[in-house]
Design a protein around this ligand. Structure first.
Ligand SMILES: [Zn+2]
Length: 546
């Protein structure tokens, strides 16, 4: 069918003078939306600095339209915008913004061209959050969360290893959901349930996003099941706007069986079953792509553990009163059985979750692999044979520990559109504006030069990978920004954030915040909130008060 575009939106009709793009015989989708990537902010920058070798074979020269850039797993901001845009993406969300460094995060997002962006505010280890939960002060917690989102110009409530990253400041961790946080004496369960409740009380556009405790350890699927149980049967405040009460981040890293790395195995089936039973939950998968990459996370203790496993460079950071972070390079080698099993777990999860609207394509970029590998992941998801071929090249222990060989399901282009556009848009509460090509949606369109009538993705993984690497056209907000894999416009971009304060702040909460700044923070309040000048072209979402 014809798709009309006018004033940056999909329109019912346009005049006969409108420019015409002939997309017949091609795949046409809404712009891609990455629900979880690390593309801006302090730890991304640490990754860029600590890994000059990451740029060695990956630099691009400037053109009339583009700046030079570089980096494979941690590309520069310009390169990030260009590569996403060439792949047909029009929105990418930074999945972990430390509040204290929100200004830096927004500065980097301002410098990332062509794609809309939002940033998720880290709150799962925040001192005031833990104190309000401990004292049962729900109204104060709600007011604090609203203030935090507004002060950081954040999009959602993100929890990373809730309680565990604070425990790391004491040289400890919270490896399961009932481990109390030292000094604060609250448990990860209480933090997860408390912030989920606050999230719904404020009627925020998206649910809480959770990076579970115990990431990346053999046998951790049990911690994941315990985390899922906390919100089973719970409904969001406005189910007509979004279904889900929680999005589980990079579920691949949380679906591990075994007791040590030696007997490490996949438990993806148990996790997928649980998600299939809970239609109020979504996951982003975090596919392992089997590349050399740079891991980075607010899960401080996990990175220390990883560094002790591979003995590569390690950066650690404590964000006072708020969170932690670590950065460690990592090589996912096909010759190592653990890496091969991780590769299979991601694919198994995606293929065993019945509804593609519940499972989104991510690599937790760059943690499980760089985002530029999405086309390769799509080729695996669309071709059983491609998966079997890759499996054959992996360590000999892998086939017995995974079930991927026996899963013949293959996704079609509609499924891929759900996992990369419609699903993430709906989960983010942006389902009206984005993720589809209906009248009224943002005119974000990706046109791929692949004819599904004459070509067969199940036997053509190389063709699929090539197709999804470079669009024939990417249109962002009505502007043509990419033609045949070349950036042709400086584009337009927005930072999207949420103001749930309804113009009000709670004086008692402001006093609590003031006290924390006077006694503990190394900056004053004046140097904290993100001013409007950091966001040149912002889109503020104001949730309906309830
Ligand atoms: Zn992440």
């Amino acid at each position: 069918m014809d798709i009309a575009i006018s004033d940056g939106k999909i329109a019912g009709e346009v005049s006969s003078a409108a420019k015409v793009i002939d997309a017949s015989g091609k795949v046409v989708m809404a712009g891609g939306i990455d629900i979880h990537a690390h593309v801006a902010g302090p730890k991304v920058n640490v990754g860029r600095i600590m890994r000059p070798e990451d740029k060695l074979f990956h630099t691009s020269r400037r053109s009339n339209m583009t700046r030079s850039g570089g980096g494979f797993s941690v590309p520069s901001v310009f390169e990030t915008g260009y590569v996403y845009s060439k792949m047909g993406y029009t929105q990418v969300n930074e999945a972990a913004m430390p509040p204290l460094l929100a200004r830096h995060t927004h500065e980097e997002m301002q410098d990332t061209p062509l794609i809309d962006q939002s940033a998720y505010t880290l709150l799962g280890n925040n001192w005031l959050v833990m104190e309000y939960i401990k004292r049962g002060e729900k109204d104060k917690l709600n007011a604090f969360v609203a203030w935090m989102l507004q002060a950081t110009k954040g999009y959602c409530v993100k929890l990373v290893n809730p309680g565990g990253s604070e425990a790391w400041g004491w040289g400890m961790n919270c490896v399961n959901v009932s481990d109390p946080v030292p000094y604060f004496d609250v448990t990860p369960s209480e933090i997860i349930a408390g912030l989920a409740e606050a999230n719904e009380a404020l009627n925020l556009p998206t649910s809480i996003h959770l990076h579970c405790n115990n990431l990346g350890h053999p046998g951790n699927y049990e911690t994941t099941i315990e985390s899922i149980k906390l919100l089973e049967g719970k409904l969001p405040k406005s189910p007509e706007a979004r279904d889900q009460i929680i999005n589980f981040a990079h579920m691949q890293f949380h679906s591990y069986g075994g007791t040590t790395w030696k007997d490490f195995e996949s438990e993806s089936e148990k996790i997928a079953d649980r998600i299939n039973k809970n239609k109020n939950m979504t996951v982003d998968v975090g596919f392992v792509t089997l590349d050399e990459t740079t891991t980075m996370t607010a899960d401080g203790p996990m990175e220390f553990y990883l560094h002790n496993t591979n003995h590569l460079k390690w950066a650690n950071s404590d964000i006072e009163l708020e969170t932690a972070a670590g950065v460690v390079p990592y090589v996912y080698s096909p010759k190592i059985h653990v890496c091969g099993i991780q590769w299979a777990i991601g694919l198994e999860l995606a293929l065993m979750i019945d509804d593609p609207m519940q499972a989104f394509i991510t690599t937790d970029h760059p943690n499980a692999g760089p985002f530029r590998r999405y086309p390769r992941i799509i080729s695996w998801l669309m071709s059983h044979q491609a998966r079997l071929d890759r499996l054959e090249t992996l360590h000999k222990w892998v086939p017995d520990r995974v079930s991927i060989a026996g899963i013949s399901r293959v996704f079609d282009f509609y499924d891929i559109a759900k996992m990369t556009r419609a699903g993430p848009a709906r989960a983010l509460g942006l389902g009206e504006m984005k993720g589809h090509l209906g009248v009224g949606a943002d005119a974000d369109v990706a046109i791929y030069d692949y004819n599904p009538k004459t070509m067969d993705p199940t036997t053509d993984p190389a063709g699929i990978e090539k197709t999804f690497q470079n669009t024939a056209y990417t249109i962002k907000g009505g502007d043509i920004v990419v033609i045949d894999g070349e950036v042709v416009s400086k584009g337009n971009k927005r930072a999207i954030w949420v103001d749930a304060t309804n113009g009000l702040t709670d004086p008692a909460v402001m006093q609590d915040i003031d006290k924390k700044f006077l006694r503990f923070y190394s900056v004053t309040m004046n140097n904290y909130p993100v001013q409007d000048s950091y966001v040149h072209n912002g889109l503020t979402i104001i949730p309906e008060a309830v």
